[in-house]
Design a protein around this ligand. Structure first.
Ligand code: GDP
Length: 330
């Protein structure tokens, strides 16, 4: 397949063009494009999987783009090729992007060994996440051996990103209480590592935040989460950092790499990826079924009226749902 060969075999600008074209195809909602996109993904499949997929999340302003720029350049220095993708549902819902525009990561974005693609600008979170997963495969087939998927610390996008990456990193500010919010929102359970950024501003506060976080994790461990960790390992997973100055970035990478290697060696990475693939398939089935349901002529005709009856209390929701489901099968 020509499109796939262009991605796998070409280099430089020609490869970038082929990648951009492929990703645009993957993001198209036209049915005939979808068939081509699936053929392309299948052709790329044998060239994927040999990379490290890193997820990164944090509230706007925590320093994600600064960190990705510093880390990305560090990794390129070590001989890697780095792709950066984003999952930002806000860009499709409000038309504006929380993750900002192309001025982010100025040095990385012009580097020949980096490929940066902003979030798809249309679709639901599920749709945006799915397009990003597919774009990730394009990057891998093109030989990018590290893919960083970035998202914002709002809503469900973190669950989506942790569901498509090997390791999920949460970025925090060194504010007391910040960690409690993360625990409340359930993000800590997703995080394999926590980065406390801007440690240069107030090292004492950052160190306190680190200690708090370690003790929170210990409590979570008592409840069965991250149960495999010894305390020493937990310390490794909470990293102090200054993305702006670059302090701690090399340490972060060492810890990350160690964790990844451990997961690779003990087989947990493989089973994680297998589960993710199965889950992805299930999500596609669910969204496909929903789409078919919504597009069914009989459903379109009676949906609004039945919903009104439910809202007004004239019809039990279960009855309305059953009628619509039956109509969708006719
Ligand atoms: P994002 O919204 O999470 O991508 O955050 P940015 O990377 O755009 O950073 C937001 C602001 O914080 C920018 O003005 C950065 O220069 C600043 N910043 C990021 N990391 C650090 C850091 O480690 N130390 C300090 N002092 N400022 C930082």
């Amino acid at each position: 397949m020509k499109g796939a060969a262009d991605i796998v075999e070409s280099e430089g600008m020609a490869q970038r063009r082929a990648m951009a074209k492929a990703i645009t195809l993957l993001e198209s909602t036209r049915a005939d494009h979808r068939v081509q996109a699936d053929d392309l993904l299948q052709a790329l499949m044998p060239h994927t999987g040999q990379c490290f997929r890193l997820g990164l999340s944090g509230v706007p302003g925590v320093g994600k783009s600064t960190f990705i720029e510093t880390l990305g350049l560090h990794l390129i220095d070590k001989g890697h090729r780095v792709a950066v993708l984003t999952v930002d549902p806000s860009s499709s819902i409000s038309g504006g992007s929380i993750l900002g525009d192309k001025t982010r990561m100025e040095r990385l974005s012009v580097h020949e060994k980096a490929f940066i693609r902003p979030s798809p600008s249309s679709g639901t979170l599920g749709g945006v996440a799915s397009m990003t997963r597919e774009a990730m495969l394009v990057c891998e087939a093109a030989g990018y051996d590290i893919v960083i998927v970035e998202t914002v610390g709002v809503g469900q996008s973190e669950t989506a990103v942790s569901g498509m990456t090997d390791l999920f990193v949460l970025m925090q500010l060194p504010n007391a209480g910040d960690d409690l919010q993360a625990i409340k929102r359930g993000v800590m359970e997703l995080a394999d590592m926590v980065v406390i950024n801007k440690a240069d501003l107030d090292l004492a506060a950052a160190t306190r935040a680190q200690a708090q976080m370690v003790s929170s994790l210990r409590i979570m461990r008592m409840h069965g989460m991250h149960a495999e960790d010894s305390s020493a390992h937990m310390q490794d997973r909470i990293v102090l950092l200054s993305a702006l100055k670059g302090d701690g970035v090399a340490d972060f990478w060492r810890s990350t790499y160690r964790l990844l290697k451990k997961q690779r060696d003990d087989g947990s990475l493989q089973s994680k990826r297998q589960n993710q693939a199965a889950q992805w398939m299930q999500e596609k089935i669910d969204s496909g079924l929903r789409h078919r349901f919504e597009m069914h002529p009989a459903v379109k005709v009676s949906y609004a009226a039945l919903k009104l009856e439910v809202i007004q209390g004239h019809l039990p929701p279960t009855v309305a749902a059953r009628r619509l489901l039956e109509a969708s099968l006719s």
